[in-house]
Design a protein around this ligand. Structure first.
Ligand SMILES: Cc1cc2nc3c(=O)[nH]c(=O)nc-3n(C[C@H](O)[C@H](O)[C@H](O)COP(=O)(O)O)c2cc1C
Length: 266
């Protein structure tokens, strides 16, 4: 199989998943690259056919041991058309539980053929000054491993006449998947003395929960707690002030300090 055109499909509010996919793509060395970003609200309702690619790299963050529900609904509008796929989850140094299995099943359901998989580590969305969790990841070592993984995928597929005869890819995880937790509605709060109303948060929010005319009032019912607006605010004006989230963050800080390493499945 030749690998000329690669498609990168991802949901990545705080960009760690996107960075891992970019490093894998670099190692894969495809000549042409197309990006399908499922993160912004504009991705809602868009359909896309992968038939023009030789390979797809599909990435998602882990939310409570699963895929983000919003990523799943947006992804379902894609058509895989038998395209071989590398599936990747990125998690915040706790665990990825059933997310990689869910991504494999989802990719198959829309017509991709998963041929390789990886679980990588990214700075936890909830990580903050005073509560660091996997800060700075993916770091240089993670990105080197992602590039090496891309190279190994290239080696695997270029010797094959086609991906058709490959055995189904086996990945860790359980079915039925972990239940999605029922979470009370919440959203980051804004320090009005710092906010300059630059609008960056409005553009970064995957759900359109932050109104352009008043960025201080994020709609709690639409917030998915991805923390894109917090990490992307140039003035540091947004924080997650909810005591329940602060408690979870502190628990993660205390229990997820040991560095986990990327795992790959070929
Ligand atoms: C709502 C929510 C739930 C999360 N659940 C988990 C989890 O179960 N395990 C884990 O290790 N990290 C978890 N994380 C952390 C993210 O998986 C991690 O920060 C990831 O790198 C974010 O990807 P992104 O930068 O592409 O948005 C969670 C983050 C959020 C916002």
């Amino acid at each position: 199989m030749e690998i000329d055109a690669a498609g990168l499909i991802y949901f990545s509010p705080t960009h760690t998943t996107r960075r891992i996919l970019a490093a894998i793509a670099e190692g894969l060395g495809a000549a042409g690259e197309c990006q399908v970003d499922l993160t912004p609200p504009a991705a809602e309702g868009q359909s896309f056919s992968a038939g023009v690619w030789d390979i797809a790299l599909i990435g998602a963050p882990v939310y409570a041991g699963r895929l983000p529900a919003m990523m799943v609904s947006r992804f379902r509008r894609l058509e895989g058309q038998g395209t071989p796929a590398v599936i990747v989850v990125v998690y915040g140094n706790r665990a990825y539980d059933d997310a990689l299995l869910e991504l494999r099943d989802l990719a198959v359901a829309v017509g991709f053929q998963p041929i390789a998989a990886g679980a990588f580590i990214g700075e936890h969305s909830y990580s903050a000054v005073g509560a660091p969790i996997a800060v700075g990841r993916p770091d240089a070592m993670d990105l080197a491993k992602a590039r090496a993984f891309g190279g190994a995928v290239r080696k695997k597929v270029t010797v094959l006449p086609s991906a058709a005869g490959l055995a189904p890819l086996s990945v860790p995880g359980n079915f039925p998947y972990k239940e999605h937790p029922q979470l009370p509605a919440t959203a980051p709060v804004v320090d009005q003395t710092r906010c300059t109303a630059c609008g960056q948060c409005v553009a970064l929010c995957p759900t359109g929960a932050i109104p352009q005319d008043d960025p201080a009032v994020a709609e709690k019912g639409r917030c998915i707690r991805c923390c894109a607006c917090i990490k992307g605010c140039p003035a540091g004006a947004r924080t997650m002030d909810d005591p329940r989230i602060r408690q979870v963050t502190e628990y993660l800080r205390q229990t997820c300090g040991d560095r986990k390493e990327p795992e790959t499945y070929l």
